[in-house]
Design a protein. Structure first.
Length: 476
Protein backbone atom coordinates (compact mmCIF):
# COMPACT_ATOMS: atom_id res chain seq x y z
CA UNK A 1 0.00 0.00 0.00
CA UNK A 2 1.46 3.38 -1.01
CA UNK A 3 0.40 6.37 1.08
CA UNK A 4 -0.36 9.78 -0.45
CA UNK A 5 -1.41 13.11 0.98
CA UNK A 6 -3.82 13.48 -1.93
CA UNK A 7 -5.24 11.01 -4.46
CA UNK A 8 -7.22 12.32 -7.44
CA UNK A 9 -9.34 10.01 -9.58
CA UNK A 10 -9.67 11.60 -13.02
CA UNK A 11 -7.28 13.85 -14.94
CA UNK A 12 -9.91 16.13 -16.53
CA UNK A 13 -10.89 18.89 -14.12
CA UNK A 14 -9.12 16.86 -11.42
CA UNK A 15 -5.74 17.70 -12.94
CA UNK A 16 -6.13 21.38 -12.01
CA UNK A 17 -6.13 20.54 -8.29
CA UNK A 18 -2.36 20.03 -8.18
CA UNK A 19 -1.36 23.57 -7.21
CA UNK A 20 2.04 24.67 -5.80
CA UNK A 21 0.60 23.92 -2.32
CA UNK A 22 1.29 20.24 -3.06
CA UNK A 23 4.92 20.72 -4.13
CA UNK A 24 6.26 19.13 -0.95
CA UNK A 25 3.45 16.63 -0.53
CA UNK A 26 2.81 13.28 -2.19
CA UNK A 27 0.06 13.24 -4.80
CA UNK A 28 -1.37 10.39 -6.88
CA UNK A 29 -3.37 11.13 -10.03
CA UNK A 30 -5.19 8.14 -11.47
CA UNK A 31 -6.75 7.97 -14.92
CA UNK A 32 -7.40 4.93 -17.06
CA UNK A 33 -8.45 6.99 -20.09
CA UNK A 34 -6.73 9.64 -22.19
CA UNK A 35 -4.95 12.18 -20.01
CA UNK A 36 -6.87 15.45 -19.74
CA UNK A 37 -10.39 14.00 -19.72
CA UNK A 38 -13.47 14.57 -21.84
CA UNK A 39 -13.49 18.32 -22.52
CA UNK A 40 -10.00 18.38 -23.96
CA UNK A 41 -9.93 15.05 -25.80
CA UNK A 42 -13.46 14.23 -26.93
CA UNK A 43 -15.76 17.02 -25.72
CA UNK A 44 -15.99 20.80 -25.65
CA UNK A 45 -12.74 21.65 -27.38
CA UNK A 46 -12.62 19.41 -30.46
CA UNK A 47 -16.37 19.87 -31.05
CA UNK A 48 -15.96 23.63 -31.14
CA UNK A 49 -12.90 23.28 -33.36
CA UNK A 50 -15.27 21.59 -35.85
CA UNK A 51 -18.18 23.96 -35.12
CA UNK A 52 -16.23 27.03 -36.21
CA UNK A 53 -15.26 25.79 -39.70
CA UNK A 54 -18.83 24.48 -39.99
CA UNK A 55 -20.06 28.02 -39.36
CA UNK A 56 -17.74 29.28 -42.11
CA UNK A 57 -19.00 26.61 -44.51
CA UNK A 58 -22.63 27.47 -43.85
CA UNK A 59 -21.96 31.18 -44.41
CA UNK A 60 -22.07 30.38 -48.13
CA UNK A 61 -25.85 29.99 -48.03
CA UNK A 62 -26.34 33.05 -45.84
CA UNK A 63 -24.18 35.15 -48.13
CA UNK A 64 -26.32 34.28 -51.14
CA UNK A 65 -29.30 35.99 -49.44
CA UNK A 66 -27.21 39.14 -49.02
CA UNK A 67 -26.09 39.39 -52.64
CA UNK A 68 -22.73 37.68 -52.27
CA UNK A 69 -22.30 34.55 -54.32
CA UNK A 70 -19.69 32.23 -52.86
CA UNK A 71 -19.07 28.57 -53.44
CA UNK A 72 -18.14 25.87 -50.98
CA UNK A 73 -15.50 24.15 -53.04
CA UNK A 74 -14.33 21.41 -50.75
CA UNK A 75 -14.28 20.41 -47.12
CA UNK A 76 -10.98 18.78 -46.26
CA UNK A 77 -12.06 16.64 -43.34
CA UNK A 78 -8.70 14.85 -42.87
CA UNK A 79 -6.88 18.20 -42.84
CA UNK A 80 -9.33 19.60 -40.32
CA UNK A 81 -9.15 16.47 -38.16
CA UNK A 82 -5.35 16.49 -38.18
CA UNK A 83 -5.20 20.19 -37.31
CA UNK A 84 -7.60 19.67 -34.40
CA UNK A 85 -6.03 16.56 -32.95
CA UNK A 86 -2.50 17.65 -33.79
CA UNK A 87 -3.07 20.40 -31.26
CA UNK A 88 -5.17 18.48 -28.74
CA UNK A 89 -3.14 15.27 -28.63
CA UNK A 90 0.02 17.29 -28.01
CA UNK A 91 -1.62 19.09 -25.06
CA UNK A 92 -2.86 15.83 -23.59
CA UNK A 93 0.52 14.18 -24.07
CA UNK A 94 2.40 17.18 -22.66
CA UNK A 95 0.14 17.21 -19.57
CA UNK A 96 0.63 13.50 -19.04
CA UNK A 97 4.41 13.72 -19.37
CA UNK A 98 4.59 16.71 -17.02
CA UNK A 99 2.70 14.86 -14.29
CA UNK A 100 4.35 11.52 -14.93
CA UNK A 101 7.96 12.47 -15.55
CA UNK A 102 8.67 16.01 -14.42
CA UNK A 103 7.13 16.24 -10.96
CA UNK A 104 8.90 14.17 -8.31
CA UNK A 105 6.05 14.48 -5.84
CA UNK A 106 3.33 13.33 -8.28
CA UNK A 107 2.69 9.71 -9.32
CA UNK A 108 0.54 9.09 -12.36
CA UNK A 109 -1.37 5.79 -12.45
CA UNK A 110 -2.53 5.42 -16.08
CA UNK A 111 -5.19 2.87 -15.22
CA UNK A 112 -8.68 2.63 -13.80
CA UNK A 113 -9.14 2.38 -10.05
CA UNK A 114 -11.87 1.48 -7.57
CA UNK A 115 -12.40 1.89 -3.86
CA UNK A 116 -11.61 -0.90 -1.39
CA UNK A 117 -12.48 1.20 1.68
CA UNK A 118 -13.31 4.82 2.59
CA UNK A 119 -9.77 6.04 1.85
CA UNK A 120 -8.20 3.14 -0.01
CA UNK A 121 -8.10 2.30 -3.70
CA UNK A 122 -6.85 -0.47 -5.94
CA UNK A 123 -5.88 0.07 -9.56
CA UNK A 124 -6.58 -2.35 -12.42
CA UNK A 125 -3.03 -3.75 -12.18
CA UNK A 126 -3.39 -4.29 -8.43
CA UNK A 127 -1.48 -1.29 -7.06
CA UNK A 128 -2.96 -0.26 -3.72
CA UNK A 129 -3.25 3.35 -2.65
CA UNK A 130 -4.19 5.02 0.62
CA UNK A 131 -4.64 8.78 0.88
CA UNK A 132 -5.35 11.34 3.54
CA UNK A 133 -7.53 13.31 1.13
CA UNK A 134 -9.26 11.99 -1.99
CA UNK A 135 -10.97 13.76 -4.87
CA UNK A 136 -13.32 11.88 -7.15
CA UNK A 137 -13.38 13.60 -10.55
CA UNK A 138 -14.15 10.55 -12.70
CA UNK A 139 -16.58 12.23 -15.12
CA UNK A 140 -19.31 10.62 -17.21
CA UNK A 141 -19.61 8.45 -20.32
CA UNK A 142 -21.97 8.16 -23.28
CA UNK A 143 -24.97 5.86 -22.89
CA UNK A 144 -25.61 3.39 -25.71
CA UNK A 145 -29.08 1.97 -26.33
CA UNK A 146 -29.17 -1.82 -26.00
CA UNK A 147 -30.09 -2.70 -29.60
CA UNK A 148 -28.73 -5.29 -32.06
CA UNK A 149 -25.74 -4.00 -34.00
CA UNK A 150 -24.79 -1.27 -31.55
CA UNK A 151 -21.22 -2.66 -31.44
CA UNK A 152 -20.67 -2.32 -35.19
CA UNK A 153 -17.65 -0.19 -36.15
CA UNK A 154 -19.93 2.17 -38.10
CA UNK A 155 -21.76 3.09 -34.86
CA UNK A 156 -20.04 5.98 -33.09
CA UNK A 157 -20.36 8.20 -30.07
CA UNK A 158 -18.77 11.61 -29.62
CA UNK A 159 -15.68 9.71 -28.41
CA UNK A 160 -14.86 8.34 -31.86
CA UNK A 161 -16.82 10.30 -34.48
CA UNK A 162 -14.40 13.22 -34.63
CA UNK A 163 -11.55 10.92 -35.69
CA UNK A 164 -13.29 9.41 -38.73
CA UNK A 165 -10.88 8.89 -41.64
CA UNK A 166 -13.19 10.69 -44.11
CA UNK A 167 -16.22 12.96 -44.02
CA UNK A 168 -19.21 10.59 -44.09
CA UNK A 169 -21.72 11.15 -46.91
CA UNK A 170 -24.78 10.01 -44.91
CA UNK A 171 -25.04 10.34 -41.12
CA UNK A 172 -27.85 9.06 -38.93
CA UNK A 173 -27.83 10.91 -35.60
CA UNK A 174 -29.77 9.42 -32.69
CA UNK A 175 -30.76 11.86 -29.94
CA UNK A 176 -32.07 15.38 -29.53
CA UNK A 177 -29.80 16.97 -26.94
CA UNK A 178 -26.63 19.08 -27.01
CA UNK A 179 -24.34 16.52 -28.63
CA UNK A 180 -26.80 15.64 -31.39
CA UNK A 181 -27.53 19.32 -32.11
CA UNK A 182 -23.86 20.24 -32.41
CA UNK A 183 -22.86 17.33 -34.66
CA UNK A 184 -25.95 17.66 -36.87
CA UNK A 185 -24.92 21.27 -37.57
CA UNK A 186 -21.30 20.30 -38.24
CA UNK A 187 -22.01 17.43 -40.63
CA UNK A 188 -24.83 19.17 -42.48
CA UNK A 189 -22.73 22.32 -42.96
CA UNK A 190 -19.96 20.21 -44.46
CA UNK A 191 -22.42 18.72 -46.94
CA UNK A 192 -23.18 15.35 -45.34
CA UNK A 193 -26.77 14.20 -45.63
CA UNK A 194 -27.98 14.21 -42.01
CA UNK A 195 -31.01 12.43 -40.59
CA UNK A 196 -31.60 13.16 -36.91
CA UNK A 197 -34.05 11.00 -35.00
CA UNK A 198 -35.20 11.78 -31.49
CA UNK A 199 -37.47 9.85 -29.18
CA UNK A 200 -39.29 12.90 -27.92
CA UNK A 201 -40.55 16.08 -29.53
CA UNK A 202 -39.25 18.75 -29.74
CA UNK A 203 -35.43 18.87 -29.89
CA UNK A 204 -33.53 20.29 -26.88
CA UNK A 205 -36.55 19.55 -24.71
CA UNK A 206 -34.97 20.79 -21.47
CA UNK A 207 -34.61 24.31 -22.95
CA UNK A 208 -37.24 27.04 -22.65
CA UNK A 209 -40.25 25.90 -24.72
CA UNK A 210 -39.88 28.74 -27.23
CA UNK A 211 -36.22 27.83 -27.82
CA UNK A 212 -37.06 24.13 -28.28
CA UNK A 213 -39.88 24.93 -30.66
CA UNK A 214 -37.95 27.48 -32.73
CA UNK A 215 -34.75 25.43 -32.75
CA UNK A 216 -36.63 22.34 -33.91
CA UNK A 217 -38.05 24.35 -36.82
CA UNK A 218 -34.66 25.90 -37.65
CA UNK A 219 -32.94 22.49 -37.51
CA UNK A 220 -35.61 20.94 -39.74
CA UNK A 221 -34.92 23.60 -42.34
CA UNK A 222 -31.24 22.60 -42.41
CA UNK A 223 -31.28 18.82 -42.04
CA UNK A 224 -33.81 15.97 -41.89
CA UNK A 225 -35.34 15.91 -38.38
CA UNK A 226 -37.64 13.05 -37.44
CA UNK A 227 -39.32 13.26 -34.03
CA UNK A 228 -40.83 10.36 -32.11
CA UNK A 229 -38.36 7.76 -33.44
CA UNK A 230 -35.84 5.53 -31.70
CA UNK A 231 -33.10 3.27 -32.96
CA UNK A 232 -34.25 -0.38 -33.05
CA UNK A 233 -31.35 -2.17 -34.78
CA UNK A 234 -28.30 -1.63 -36.98
CA UNK A 235 -26.88 -4.04 -39.54
CA UNK A 236 -23.97 -3.78 -41.91
CA UNK A 237 -24.85 -2.98 -45.52
CA UNK A 238 -22.07 -2.47 -48.05
CA UNK A 239 -19.47 -0.32 -46.31
CA UNK A 240 -22.17 1.42 -44.28
CA UNK A 241 -25.24 0.39 -42.32
CA UNK A 242 -28.95 -0.17 -42.63
CA UNK A 243 -30.57 1.13 -39.44
CA UNK A 244 -34.06 0.14 -38.37
CA UNK A 245 -35.86 2.94 -36.58
CA UNK A 246 -39.08 2.55 -34.61
CA UNK A 247 -41.76 5.24 -34.42
CA UNK A 248 -43.82 6.17 -31.37
CA UNK A 249 -46.80 4.37 -33.00
CA UNK A 250 -44.76 1.13 -33.26
CA UNK A 251 -44.17 1.47 -37.01
CA UNK A 252 -40.71 0.74 -38.40
CA UNK A 253 -38.59 2.18 -41.20
CA UNK A 254 -35.07 1.64 -42.42
CA UNK A 255 -32.44 4.29 -42.99
CA UNK A 256 -29.26 3.78 -45.03
CA UNK A 257 -26.23 5.60 -43.66
CA UNK A 258 -22.45 5.50 -43.70
CA UNK A 259 -22.29 5.98 -39.95
CA UNK A 260 -24.63 6.22 -36.96
CA UNK A 261 -23.83 8.74 -34.24
CA UNK A 262 -25.45 7.83 -30.94
CA UNK A 263 -26.00 10.90 -28.73
CA UNK A 264 -28.58 9.69 -26.26
CA UNK A 265 -27.14 11.14 -23.07
CA UNK A 266 -24.30 10.59 -20.61
CA UNK A 267 -24.16 8.87 -17.21
CA UNK A 268 -21.85 9.33 -14.25
CA UNK A 269 -18.83 7.02 -14.00
CA UNK A 270 -19.51 6.53 -10.27
CA UNK A 271 -20.62 2.94 -10.98
CA UNK A 272 -17.05 2.07 -12.06
CA UNK A 273 -15.59 3.01 -8.66
CA UNK A 274 -17.13 0.41 -6.32
CA UNK A 275 -18.63 3.14 -4.17
CA UNK A 276 -20.35 0.61 -1.85
CA UNK A 277 -16.85 -0.52 -0.73
CA UNK A 278 -16.22 3.04 0.45
CA UNK A 279 -19.69 3.39 1.92
CA UNK A 280 -20.41 6.76 0.28
CA UNK A 281 -23.91 7.95 -0.57
CA UNK A 282 -25.24 8.01 -4.13
CA UNK A 283 -28.02 10.08 -5.65
CA UNK A 284 -31.01 8.24 -7.12
CA UNK A 285 -29.48 8.47 -10.62
CA UNK A 286 -26.14 7.05 -9.46
CA UNK A 287 -24.18 10.31 -9.10
CA UNK A 288 -21.94 10.67 -6.03
CA UNK A 289 -23.78 12.66 -3.37
CA UNK A 290 -21.98 15.85 -2.30
CA UNK A 291 -22.93 18.84 -0.18
CA UNK A 292 -22.53 22.52 -1.06
CA UNK A 293 -18.81 22.32 -0.13
CA UNK A 294 -18.34 19.41 -2.60
CA UNK A 295 -17.80 17.03 0.35
CA UNK A 296 -18.73 13.42 -0.36
CA UNK A 297 -21.47 12.16 1.95
CA UNK A 298 -21.81 9.00 4.00
CA UNK A 299 -25.18 8.39 5.65
CA UNK A 300 -26.04 12.02 4.95
CA UNK A 301 -22.95 13.46 6.69
CA UNK A 302 -19.73 14.75 5.07
CA UNK A 303 -16.71 12.44 4.95
CA UNK A 304 -13.65 14.27 6.19
CA UNK A 305 -11.20 14.98 3.35
CA UNK A 306 -13.14 13.32 0.52
CA UNK A 307 -14.54 15.49 -2.26
CA UNK A 308 -16.21 14.94 -5.64
CA UNK A 309 -16.64 17.33 -8.55
CA UNK A 310 -17.75 17.54 -12.15
CA UNK A 311 -19.87 15.09 -14.12
CA UNK A 312 -19.39 12.27 -11.61
CA UNK A 313 -21.42 14.20 -9.03
CA UNK A 314 -23.33 17.11 -10.64
CA UNK A 315 -26.25 16.92 -13.04
CA UNK A 316 -25.16 19.89 -15.17
CA UNK A 317 -22.51 17.96 -17.14
CA UNK A 318 -20.80 21.20 -18.18
CA UNK A 319 -17.10 22.00 -18.13
CA UNK A 320 -17.45 25.47 -16.63
CA UNK A 321 -19.34 23.90 -13.71
CA UNK A 322 -16.64 21.24 -13.26
CA UNK A 323 -14.01 24.01 -13.36
CA UNK A 324 -15.87 26.07 -10.76
CA UNK A 325 -16.23 23.06 -8.47
CA UNK A 326 -12.54 22.23 -8.97
CA UNK A 327 -11.58 25.74 -7.80
CA UNK A 328 -13.77 25.24 -4.72
CA UNK A 329 -12.26 21.82 -4.02
CA UNK A 330 -8.70 23.10 -4.57
CA UNK A 331 -9.34 25.72 -1.89
CA UNK A 332 -11.04 23.29 0.49
CA UNK A 333 -8.25 20.71 0.24
CA UNK A 334 -5.76 23.40 1.22
CA UNK A 335 -7.94 25.11 3.86
CA UNK A 336 -9.93 22.44 5.71
CA UNK A 337 -10.75 24.93 8.46
CA UNK A 338 -12.08 27.61 6.11
CA UNK A 339 -14.22 25.82 3.52
CA UNK A 340 -15.82 27.47 0.49
CA UNK A 341 -19.20 26.61 -1.01
CA UNK A 342 -19.96 26.09 -4.68
CA UNK A 343 -22.25 28.64 -6.31
CA UNK A 344 -24.77 26.97 -8.62
CA UNK A 345 -27.27 29.85 -8.67
CA UNK A 346 -26.85 31.01 -12.25
CA UNK A 347 -25.30 28.23 -14.35
CA UNK A 348 -25.34 29.15 -18.03
CA UNK A 349 -25.00 26.84 -21.01
CA UNK A 350 -24.52 27.25 -24.73
CA UNK A 351 -25.11 24.85 -27.58
CA UNK A 352 -22.75 25.52 -30.46
CA UNK A 353 -25.16 24.37 -33.11
CA UNK A 354 -26.79 26.38 -35.90
CA UNK A 355 -28.40 28.62 -34.89
CA UNK A 356 -26.41 28.90 -31.66
CA UNK A 357 -28.27 28.73 -28.35
CA UNK A 358 -27.43 30.11 -24.92
CA UNK A 359 -29.35 30.08 -21.73
CA UNK A 360 -29.17 30.98 -18.05
CA UNK A 361 -31.65 30.78 -15.19
CA UNK A 362 -35.25 29.65 -15.28
CA UNK A 363 -37.37 28.74 -18.26
CA UNK A 364 -40.69 30.57 -18.48
CA UNK A 365 -42.50 27.43 -17.33
CA UNK A 366 -40.25 27.09 -14.27
CA UNK A 367 -40.56 30.81 -13.47
CA UNK A 368 -44.37 30.70 -13.65
CA UNK A 369 -44.53 27.60 -11.41
CA UNK A 370 -42.22 29.31 -8.96
CA UNK A 371 -44.25 32.54 -9.07
CA UNK A 372 -47.44 30.65 -8.34
CA UNK A 373 -45.90 29.25 -5.14
CA UNK A 374 -44.42 32.60 -4.09
CA UNK A 375 -47.28 34.82 -5.28
CA UNK A 376 -44.88 36.87 -7.38
CA UNK A 377 -45.42 38.44 -10.79
CA UNK A 378 -43.44 37.16 -13.80
CA UNK A 379 -42.98 39.26 -16.90
CA UNK A 380 -41.45 38.09 -20.20
CA UNK A 381 -40.25 39.71 -23.40
CA UNK A 382 -39.17 38.29 -26.74
CA UNK A 383 -37.04 40.47 -29.01
CA UNK A 384 -36.15 39.31 -32.52
CA UNK A 385 -32.64 39.92 -33.87
CA UNK A 386 -34.40 41.14 -37.00
CA UNK A 387 -35.77 44.20 -35.19
CA UNK A 388 -32.29 45.71 -34.78
CA UNK A 389 -30.09 47.44 -37.33
CA UNK A 390 -27.47 44.68 -37.10
CA UNK A 391 -30.22 42.10 -37.60
CA UNK A 392 -31.21 43.96 -40.80
CA UNK A 393 -27.57 43.83 -41.90
CA UNK A 394 -27.61 40.08 -41.39
CA UNK A 395 -31.13 39.69 -42.85
CA UNK A 396 -31.71 37.56 -39.77
CA UNK A 397 -35.07 35.84 -39.53
CA UNK A 398 -34.55 33.28 -36.76
CA UNK A 399 -32.57 34.89 -33.93
CA UNK A 400 -34.27 36.11 -30.78
CA UNK A 401 -33.71 37.00 -27.14
CA UNK A 402 -36.24 35.91 -24.54
CA UNK A 403 -36.04 37.40 -21.06
CA UNK A 404 -37.98 36.45 -17.96
CA UNK A 405 -38.05 38.77 -14.96
CA UNK A 406 -39.75 39.40 -11.65
CA UNK A 407 -41.83 42.55 -12.10
CA UNK A 408 -41.66 43.71 -8.48
CA UNK A 409 -37.95 43.27 -7.79
CA UNK A 410 -36.94 44.05 -11.37
CA UNK A 411 -34.49 41.13 -11.31
CA UNK A 412 -33.91 38.80 -14.23
CA UNK A 413 -34.99 35.21 -13.62
CA UNK A 414 -33.94 33.72 -16.94
CA UNK A 415 -32.46 34.57 -20.32
CA UNK A 416 -32.61 32.45 -23.47
CA UNK A 417 -31.03 33.42 -26.77
CA UNK A 418 -31.07 31.68 -30.12
CA UNK A 419 -29.03 33.07 -32.99
CA UNK A 420 -25.67 34.41 -34.11
CA UNK A 421 -23.11 34.38 -31.25
CA UNK A 422 -25.80 33.72 -28.61
CA UNK A 423 -23.04 32.47 -26.29
CA UNK A 424 -21.47 35.96 -26.35
CA UNK A 425 -24.67 37.99 -26.19
CA UNK A 426 -25.79 36.23 -23.01
CA UNK A 427 -22.73 37.05 -20.91
CA UNK A 428 -23.86 40.51 -19.65
CA UNK A 429 -27.18 38.95 -18.63
CA UNK A 430 -25.31 36.27 -16.64
CA UNK A 431 -23.31 39.07 -15.08
CA UNK A 432 -26.45 41.04 -14.16
CA UNK A 433 -28.01 37.98 -12.53
CA UNK A 434 -24.82 37.02 -10.69
CA UNK A 435 -24.19 40.50 -9.31
CA UNK A 436 -27.82 41.47 -8.61
CA UNK A 437 -28.18 44.18 -11.25
CA UNK A 438 -31.85 44.95 -11.90
CA UNK A 439 -33.40 45.27 -15.37
CA UNK A 440 -33.95 49.06 -15.51
CA UNK A 441 -30.43 49.79 -14.23
CA UNK A 442 -28.93 47.41 -16.75
CA UNK A 443 -31.01 48.78 -19.62
CA UNK A 444 -30.52 52.47 -18.94
CA UNK A 445 -27.57 52.69 -16.56
CA UNK A 446 -25.02 52.18 -19.34
CA UNK A 447 -24.40 52.96 -23.01
CA UNK A 448 -25.08 50.26 -25.61
CA UNK A 449 -22.92 50.46 -28.71
CA UNK A 450 -24.90 51.37 -31.82
CA UNK A 451 -25.58 49.58 -34.08
CA UNK A 452 -24.14 46.43 -32.50
CA UNK A 453 -26.13 43.22 -32.36
CA UNK A 454 -26.10 43.66 -28.56
CA UNK A 455 -28.91 46.22 -29.06
CA UNK A 456 -31.24 43.24 -29.26
CA UNK A 457 -30.45 42.57 -25.58
CA UNK A 458 -30.97 46.25 -24.69
CA UNK A 459 -34.34 46.22 -26.47
CA UNK A 460 -35.39 42.97 -24.81
CA UNK A 461 -34.63 44.50 -21.41
CA UNK A 462 -36.68 47.59 -22.28
CA UNK A 463 -39.50 45.44 -23.64
CA UNK A 464 -39.91 43.86 -20.19
CA UNK A 465 -41.53 47.20 -19.29
CA UNK A 466 -40.10 47.38 -15.78
CA UNK A 467 -39.98 50.97 -14.54
CA UNK A 468 -36.77 52.39 -13.07
CA UNK A 469 -37.13 53.72 -9.55
CA UNK A 470 -37.58 57.54 -9.50
CA UNK A 471 -34.24 59.38 -9.65
CA UNK A 472 -32.22 56.42 -11.02
CA UNK A 473 -29.16 57.40 -13.07
CA UNK A 474 -29.31 56.89 -16.83
CA UNK A 475 -26.46 56.80 -19.31
CA UNK A 476 -28.47 56.57 -22.48
C1 LIG B 1 -19.17 15.95 -27.26
C2 LIG B 1 -19.18 16.79 -26.02
C3 LIG B 1 -19.12 18.16 -26.12
C4 LIG B 1 -19.14 18.93 -24.97
N1 LIG B 1 -19.11 20.29 -25.10
C5 LIG B 1 -19.16 21.06 -24.01
C6 LIG B 1 -19.13 22.48 -24.11
O1 LIG B 1 -19.08 23.04 -25.20
N2 LIG B 1 -19.18 23.21 -22.99
C7 LIG B 1 -19.24 22.63 -21.75
O2 LIG B 1 -19.29 23.35 -20.75
N3 LIG B 1 -19.27 21.29 -21.62
C8 LIG B 1 -19.22 20.49 -22.71
N4 LIG B 1 -19.23 19.14 -22.58
C9 LIG B 1 -19.25 18.56 -21.23
C10 LIG B 1 -17.85 18.54 -20.60
O3 LIG B 1 -16.96 17.89 -21.48
C11 LIG B 1 -17.88 17.81 -19.26
O4 LIG B 1 -18.87 18.40 -18.44
C12 LIG B 1 -16.54 17.90 -18.55
O5 LIG B 1 -15.49 17.50 -19.38
C13 LIG B 1 -16.56 17.06 -17.27
O6 LIG B 1 -15.33 17.15 -16.64
P1 LIG B 1 -14.93 16.16 -15.45
O7 LIG B 1 -13.62 16.64 -14.96
O8 LIG B 1 -16.06 16.01 -14.53
O9 LIG B 1 -14.75 14.74 -16.15
P2 LIG B 1 -13.78 14.24 -17.32
O10 LIG B 1 -13.11 15.35 -18.02
O11 LIG B 1 -14.58 13.30 -18.12
O12 LIG B 1 -12.63 13.47 -16.54
C14 LIG B 1 -12.87 12.25 -15.93
C15 LIG B 1 -11.66 11.37 -16.10
O13 LIG B 1 -11.79 10.29 -15.18
C16 LIG B 1 -11.29 9.11 -15.78
N5 LIG B 1 -11.91 7.98 -15.07
C17 LIG B 1 -13.19 7.59 -15.11
N6 LIG B 1 -13.40 6.53 -14.30
C18 LIG B 1 -12.21 6.26 -13.73
C19 LIG B 1 -11.76 5.29 -12.81
N7 LIG B 1 -12.58 4.38 -12.29
N8 LIG B 1 -10.45 5.28 -12.46
C20 LIG B 1 -9.59 6.20 -13.00
N9 LIG B 1 -9.96 7.14 -13.85
C21 LIG B 1 -11.25 7.19 -14.23
C22 LIG B 1 -11.68 9.24 -17.24
O14 LIG B 1 -10.81 8.48 -18.05
C23 LIG B 1 -11.55 10.74 -17.48
O15 LIG B 1 -10.31 11.08 -18.07
C24 LIG B 1 -19.19 18.32 -23.70
C25 LIG B 1 -19.23 16.93 -23.59
C26 LIG B 1 -19.22 16.17 -24.74
C27 LIG B 1 -19.25 14.67 -24.62
N1 LIG C 1 -22.19 22.90 -25.59
C1 LIG C 1 -22.24 22.19 -24.46
O1 LIG C 1 -22.21 22.72 -23.35
C2 LIG C 1 -22.33 20.71 -24.55
C3 LIG C 1 -22.17 20.05 -25.76
C4 LIG C 1 -22.29 18.68 -25.80
C5 LIG C 1 -22.55 17.98 -24.63
N2 LIG C 1 -22.69 18.64 -23.47
C6 LIG C 1 -23.05 17.91 -22.22
O2 LIG C 1 -23.07 16.53 -22.48
C7 LIG C 1 -24.26 15.98 -21.95
C8 LIG C 1 -24.74 14.85 -22.81
O3 LIG C 1 -25.27 15.35 -24.04
P1 LIG C 1 -26.27 14.48 -24.91
O4 LIG C 1 -26.73 15.32 -26.04
O5 LIG C 1 -25.67 13.16 -25.21
O6 LIG C 1 -27.43 14.16 -23.89
P2 LIG C 1 -28.83 14.87 -23.54
O7 LIG C 1 -29.26 14.23 -22.29
O8 LIG C 1 -28.71 16.33 -23.63
O9 LIG C 1 -29.80 14.42 -24.72
C9 LIG C 1 -30.10 13.08 -25.00
C10 LIG C 1 -31.20 13.07 -26.04
O10 LIG C 1 -31.33 11.77 -26.59
C11 LIG C 1 -32.72 11.42 -26.65
N3 LIG C 1 -32.78 9.96 -26.56
C12 LIG C 1 -32.45 9.21 -25.48
N4 LIG C 1 -32.57 7.90 -25.80
C13 LIG C 1 -32.97 7.85 -27.10
C14 LIG C 1 -33.23 6.79 -28.01
N5 LIG C 1 -33.11 5.52 -27.62
N6 LIG C 1 -33.61 7.09 -29.27
C15 LIG C 1 -33.72 8.37 -29.67
N7 LIG C 1 -33.48 9.42 -28.86
C16 LIG C 1 -33.11 9.16 -27.59
C17 LIG C 1 -33.36 12.15 -25.49
O11 LIG C 1 -34.74 12.35 -25.75
C18 LIG C 1 -32.57 13.46 -25.51
O12 LIG C 1 -33.13 14.35 -26.44
C19 LIG C 1 -25.26 17.11 -21.84
O13 LIG C 1 -25.98 16.98 -20.64
C20 LIG C 1 -24.45 18.35 -21.88
O14 LIG C 1 -24.44 19.01 -20.63
C21 LIG C 1 -22.59 19.99 -23.41
Amino acid sequence: MTFYDLAIIGSGSGNSLITPFWDNRKVAIIDGGTFGGTCLNTGCIPTKMYAYPAQLASAVKEAAGLGVDMALEQVHWPRMRDRIFGRIDAISDGGRRYRDEELDNVSLYAEYARFTGPKTLVTASGATIEAEQIVIAAGSRAVLPDVPGIDLPQVHTSDSVMRLPELPGRVLIVGGGFVAAEFAAVFSSFGSQVIQINRSAPLLKSADALVSERFTAAAASRWDVRLGWTLAAVEEAGGGVKATIRGADGGQETVDADIVLVATGRVTNADTLDIPAAGYDLEADGRIAVDAWQRVQRNGAPVDGVYALGDVSNAYQLKHVANHEARVVAHNLEHPDNLRRSDHRFVPSAVFTQPQIASVGLTEEQARQDAELKGSDVVTAVQEYGTTAYGWAMEDRTGFVKLIADRRSGMLLGAHIMGHEASLLIQPLIQAMSFGLDVPSMARGQYWIHPALMEVVENALLALGIEAPAGAATAS
